[in-house]
Design a protein around this ligand. Structure first.
Ligand SMILES: [Zn+2]
Length: 109
């Protein structure tokens, strides 16, 4: 059972996209990033939606969970790909076997 004070896991089980570091200047003249100082860095999730690149700025504390969700997505994706490839092999073998047994005439003549 979860402890009552434990914050709920907000990160989704799976995410697609890639982790990037955003660098930007905030525009405040008094800030350290003004006058050529180092820009602010923030972790972000970059992903595409309808052909456009979108960006979600993350808290440092979320990065590990987001990375894990990206890994789970990649793993699930390659499993799916492997299953579909095995399906293609099975279908090709079945068609070849049926043809060899004369059960499936070639199209046309
Ligand atoms: Zn700044």
């Amino acid at each position: 059972m979860a402890t009552p004070n434990e914050s709920p896991k907000r990160t989704p089980q799976m995410l697609r996209g890639s982790l990037v570091t955003l660098r930007r200047r905030c525009g405040k003249p008094s800030c350290r990033c003004a006058d050529g100082g180092a820009p602010h860095e923030a972790p972000a999730l970059s992903y595409s939606e309808n052909g456009r690149t979108r960006m979600l700025t993350l808290a440092d504390a979320d990065v590990a969970d987001v990375a894990a969700a990206l890994d789970r997505y990649r793993a699930a994706q390659s499993q799916l790909e492997a299953k579909a490839n095995a399906g293609l092999v099975a279908l090709a073998n079945q068609i070849a076997a049926d043809r060899a047994a004369g059960r499936r005439p070639r199209r046309g003549r």
